[in-house]
Design a protein around this ligand. Structure first.
Ligand code: TXA
Ligand code: MG
Length: 339
């Protein structure tokens, strides 16, 4: 059944009173879409199991995939954490607020509906000012997955959340395009050694300056480390072909695969905009700055769907820095990886 969604643009008019309306909705058990520096989130009061349940319904999210709890400050998160290790504290000090989630032992309070009965909880302190002010005004921990329909590309711009969530949630707060465009780095700090569960803008080498963090590339057929890793993710309607090969070779594959077609798109680094020949060619920004590709990826996948494309070829950066996050998302979205 459709809900009458209140859409509030934080970039015009009285920002604070709009945040206040959204915070009141949270306190009354509503669900609210809000911007963060990574992707838009769909939030509910983490202490209210019924409110949390509405998130799973709105997204069509599998019931065994736990949610991350968001706080306005690390001090606000402490009461909900049990036995945090010295190494986890170092990571928190170094990267919070920011695009990092730490999985730690769960204390009392956060609904079991949010953590799917696990003894751990993901903690995140967004750096985005709208998110932090909304969290502070709400006065409760807010659990929030990405605000996309489950399985679809995560939302990184206002039009994405309107498309996916209008009519399904109580309030949508619009705050422009997201700074990073990929979800937070998730590190499991509930065991030693720590383990990278999802790469993001805080890179492995960033993390390892403060604590040793293991990383295993999850191969096919391996048991998923994080409940969310076993599900289909980030898929546009078009089929996706990831080109994990030298960029010149990628151009060759694009040009032969697109010849004579109309519904084929290519996501290429800007250095190859002239040499790639496809009905729709979109730029990933410079190959020298993979943060641009990471920021644009989800938006470009959605743009290809809107343009009616049936197939998308996409170039890859190396796995250094945020390149690892781009590759992780693209490979999950892909039907085929050519290397
Ligand atoms: O950047 C982000 O993290 C965004 C914004 C809205 O904050 N949120 C987000 O949430 O990406 P979601 O639900 O789309 O992804 C959370 C991931 C899932 O893969 C989930 O399985 C994993 O984190 N996760 C959450 N709690 C966990 C836990 N206790 N143990 C292991 N994995 C957990
Ligand atoms: Mg998600």
């Amino acid at each position: 059944m459709a809900i009458n969604t209140l859409v509030l643009d934080l970039e015009t008019g009285d920002r604070l009173s709009k945040l206040q309306i959204a915070a009141e909705s949270i306190k009354k058990g509503g669900i609210v879409v809000f911007p963060t520096e990574t992707v838009y989130g769909l939030g509910a009061n983490a202490l209210d199991g019924d409110a949390v349940g509405k998130i799973f319904t709105a997204k069509g999210r599998p019931a065994d995939n736990p949610l991350i709890a968001h706080f306005s400050s690390f001090e606000a998160a402490r009461p909900y954490i049990k036995n945090m290790s010295a190494g986890a504290n170092l990571l928190a000090k170094a990267f919070m607020p920011g695009p990092l989630t730490l999985v730690v032992n769960k204390g009392e309070g956060i609904s079991d509906n949010a953590t799917c009965g696990l003894g751990t909880v993901g903690i995140r302190i967004p750096s985005n000012a709208d998110a932090r002010d909304f969290l502070a005004l709400s006065g409760v921990p807010i659990v929030a997955p990405s605000a996309n329909v489950s399985g679809r590309p995560s939302p990184t711009a206002p039009s994405h959340v309107i498309n996916d969530m209008d009519g399904k949630v109580d309030v949508i707060l619009l705050g422009g395009a997201c700074e990073f465009g990929v979800e937070s780095t998730v590190v499991d700090c509930s065991k030693e050694p720590f383990e990278l569960l999802r790469p993001g803008a805080v890179s492995l080498s960033d993390l390892r300056r403060f604590a040793y963090v293991e990383h295993h590339d999850a191969g096919e057929g391996q048991k998923p480390k994080s409940p969310g890793m076993k599900y289909q993710h980030y898929k546009p309607s078009a089929s996706v072909i990831a080109l994990d090969c030298p960029h010149e070779a990628a151009v060759g594959i694009i040009n032969s695969g697109c010849a004579g077609t109309t519904g084929t798109a290519a996501l290429v680094f800007e250095e190859f905009l002239d040499s790639a020949k496809a009905p729709l060619v979109l730029s990933l920004g410079s190959a020298k700055d993979p943060s641009q590709a990471a920021k644009k990826l989800f938006a470009l996948l959605r743009e290809c769907d809107l343009a009616g494309m049936g197939r998308i070829y996409a170039m890859c950066p190396s796995d250094e820095g945020i390149g690892l996050a781009y590759r992780n998302r693209l490979f999950k979205a892909a039907d085929n990886i050519i290397s």
